[in-house]
Design a protein around this ligand. Structure first.
Ligand code: FAD
Ligand code: DHB
Length: 396
């Protein structure tokens, strides 16, 4: 039986768990991370790529943005298209110089894992948490196992950064929270391909065949997505079919899409989900463990980073001043941004996805909204400031 004693026991080595561990360390607070999967699995998991200004600033503040600054792509605007009409929403003027950076989530995870281990941090891979005990006492325990051996972490606090399918949320007593959820009637088929991006900035588009998004990873790797039905399967799509569909949906007069070898493809369902309590005693949930947004707008990873900031503020207050006051306000503070992001993600999703017949009432509303972007700087500003992410002061 393995026994570990630490101040904060962290479940999950995704972006939320890793950022939390580094940030606590910066404040002299000890933590240990346990991760269900292997290091190779976690580092290969292809997901988001859009980092808000806040998230980049957090990583810089932790001294973890070296590679991100060298290899990430700073974007000062975004293209939005509808029925092959395209407008650009610039960020600089509309958001006082805030912007976004494109840098793959798994690169963030690699950088944070390398730095944590290099600094002597404890991170146990292939070590699933099995049970959280005593979260309503001052001495909670996380029971886990690793390679058949049972283990226990004795800690002051448990941070469940264990994603949507983790045990953190399942441990929270059901009577403590209300659950809100929407499942969308479509999914995203996402690819990574060895081809130079055909655009300098991201393109989100509505097309009568469905949504498409052109993103990128580097000067030689592109990331693209198309809307597909929920019951579709990746085996139904040959690489040529994917490129044909992307070319049709993203096409505008005078612009065409470069194609190349696809090396990763998968389908992700889309859901809006949250619970309105992220704490039970000394158990705290952060990131996907507490909420999911549909990916249109790229908020998931950034919300995880914002939760971590509020959790760190609370834990620092506890260890410096012996006060639970900020920690007990964690849910209330975090939820303000979470609901804002839920609204924006739902807005972007309903604006750019095909929902019923082309030309329907719903379609006309979508088109009217799209036209309004170029008619009104106020409307364009609303989109820009939500897209780059509102500063932390906006939610105090
Ligand atoms: P996760 O990254 O899920 O990390 C949780 C970690 O906890 C995992 O490593 C998991 O293995 C571990 N874990 C789970 N249970 C246990 C346990 N019992 N014990 C120990 N460890 C455990 N967002 C965007 O903005 N844009 C996108 O394009 C996008 N695409 C996505 C595609 C997919 C397939 C998924 C699932 C998510 C996507 N997201 C996207 C969302 C974004 O990736 C997440 O919001 C982000 O990963 C949240 O980070 P996290 O640390 O909270 O959770
Ligand atoms: C990416 C993903 C998103 O969901 C998004 O809105 C923008 C970019 C990406 O993977 O690059």
């Amino acid at each position: 039986m393995k026994h570990i004693r630490t101040q904060v026991g962290i479940i999950g080595a995704g972006p939320a768990g890793l950022m939390l561990a580094h940030w606590l360390k910066q404040h002299g607070i000890e933590s240990v991370i346990i991760e269900h999967r292997s290091r190779a699995y976690v580092e290969a998991r292809v997901r988001a790529g859009l980092l808000e200004q806040n998230t980049v600033d957090i990583l810089k503040g932790l001294g973890l943005a070296g590679r991100l600054e060298r290899e990430g792509h700073l974007h000062h605007g975004v293209y939005l298209s509808f029925d092959s009409e395209r407008v650009r929403v610039p960020f600089g003027k509309l958001t006082n110089g805030r912007n976004i950076t494109i840098y793959g989530q798994q690169e963030v995870v690699k950088d944070l894992t390398d730095a944590w281990l290099a600094g002597g941090g404890q991170l146990l891979f292939e070590a699933p948490a099995l049970q959280i005990e005593g979260f309503d006492s001052p001495a909670p325990k996380i029971h886990f196992e690793q390679q058949g051996e049972k283990g226990v972490i004795d800690c002051d606090f448990v941070a469940a950064c264990d994603g949507f399918h983790g045990i953190g949320r399942k441990t929270l007593p059901k009577q403590l929270y209300t659950e809100y959820s929407i499942t969308y009637p479509f999914s995203w088929l996402g690819i990574l391909a060895n081809v130079a991006p055909s655009t300098d900035e991201l393109i989100y588009t509505y097309h009568q065949r469905g949504f498409a998004l052109h993103s990128l990873r580097s000067s030689t790797v592109s990331r693209l997505y198309i809307q597909v039905d929920n019951n579709d399967h990746i085996d139904n799509w040959s690489d040529d079919q994917i490129w044909d569909e992307l070319s049709v949906r993203l096409g505008t007069p005078g612009w065409s899409l470069q194609t190349g070898p696809i090396f990763e493809k998968s389908i992700t369902p889309m859901r809006s989900y949250l619970i309105d309590t992220m704490q039970a005693g000394r158990l705290f949930l952060a990131g996907d463990a507490a909420h999911i947004v549909p990916p249109t707008g790229g908020k998931g990873l950034n919300l995880a980073a914002a939760d971590v900031k509020h959790l760190v503020d609370g834990l620092v207050d506890y260890y410096k001043n012996g006060s639970m006051r900020s920690l007990d306000r964690y849910t209330e503070t975090a939820l303000k941004r979470i609901w804002r992001a839920q609204d924006f993600s739902n807005f972007m999703t309903t604006l750019f996805h095909k929902q019923d017949e082309h030309g329907s009432f719903q379609y006309q509303l979508q088109r009217a909204k799209f036209r309004y972007i170029s008619q009104s700087e106020a409307y364009a500003t609303t989109i820009a400031e939500n897209y780059v992410g509102l500063p932390f002061e906006a939610f105090t």
